[in-house]
Design a binder for this molecule. Structure first.
Ligand code: DON
Length: 306
């Protein structure tokens, strides 16, 4: 029997909101550091047509690393399996902005969701698109069925001014020949993708195709073939939370992706996409309340991919 998702979400939302809100707001991007710590939103979008939200589900926030999912889907569809000669598909077991494995791995990032991998994806965007930023934005707007999605230029600039570590990663990969364009151009694209602003509602709708074998529900549009969707979901499960991917899989049991803006998306293939937003992060850079909410939600609904 299908669980009563709306009732479960309402109860878990109230419960988690009443509990202590631990963690901290990241301070390395000054433009996103002054957000209220009490923001909390959830949106559920099901393949059965159900859509509902709680709390701040319509308020836009910085999607940060969740943008890496859109960029991967866009590049993978265009480049095909050749992509994997430049980015691997193994969990890194390291923080998202770590450099340590790159030397031994000769400039090939462990996966597309750590910063190194996302920077290679941005480099490919630069090689293949006339206007990468606008193309990715158009791609996301189409998935969301909503043109009201934009870059926050202040956030992008703030991150560019503080991108010493990402620049180091990018330059290091260039020394191995795995970055073709200028590192400054790659960083510019990367920081803009992180600075896209969306609400929980827009995110759930736009990523629902990954729970629907690559099709936008309700339309004939096949964004990716099922074989590629299967692979993206596998990487989300094993690498979507950096060195906390095992923990997310263990506690929640769904493929998902987090961002330092406090957002988390999670997918139950053939059923739904759910997005949670709460800005305080745990020590691994994942939303404290987001993790807690999703663990309780899949426990109460009695569903996971396992
Ligand atoms: O590269 C960075 O530092 C960030 N702007 C994006 C990182 C991010 O969201 C990692 N997520 N958990």
């Amino acid at each position: 029997m299908t669980p009563d998702y709306q009732k479960i979400i309402s109860e878990v939302f109230t419960q988690v909101r009443a509990e202590e809100n631990l963690g901290k707001i990241p301070d390395y991007i000054p433009e996103i550091a002054d957000i209220s710590t009490e923001k909390f939103g959830v949106n559920f979008t099901g393949l059965n047509g159900q859509n509902f939200g709680f709390g701040d589900f319509e308020e836009k926030f910085s999607i940060q690393s969740i943008s890496k999912v859109f960029a991967l889907a866009y590049v993978y569809e265009r480049l095909g399996e050749k992509l994997w000669s430049r980015v691997d598909v193994e969990p890194s077991g390291n923080p998202f902005n770590s450099l340590v494995q790159l030397e031994a791995d000769k400039g090939i990032p462990r996966n597309p969701f750590i910063n190194a991998g996302a920077l290679v994806i941005c480099d490919i965007l630069l090689e293949r698109c006339t206007d990468p930023k606008e193309e990715i934005l158009a791609f996301i707007r189409n998935l969301a069925g909503d043109n009201n999605i934009t870059f926050n230029e202040k956030v992008a600039k703030s991150e560019m001014q503080n991108s010493f570590r990402n620049s180091a990663i990018c330059n290091f990969m260039k020394s191995f020949g795995n970055i073709r364009s200028s590192p400054a151009d790659v960083i510019e694209i990367y920081c803009h993708l992180c600075a896209i602003e969306m609400s929980c509602k827009q995110l759930s709708k736009s990523l629902l195709f990954l729970a629907n074998e690559g099709k936008i529900p309700g339309s004939e549009a096949q964004i990716l073939p099922f074989s590629k969707v299967k692979r993206i979901n596998a990487i989300l499960l094993t690498c979507g939370f950096y060195d906390e991917s095992g923990e997310f899989s263990f506690r929640v049991g769904l493929p998902g992706k987090s961002g330092v803006g406090g957002g988390i998306i999670a997918l139950y293939p053939s059923h739904y996409c759910i997005t949670v937003w709460s800005p305080k992060l745990n020590s691994k850079g994942n939303s404290y309340r987001g993790m807690k909410f999703l663990e309780e939600f899949t426990t109460q609904s009695g569903e996971s991919i396992f």
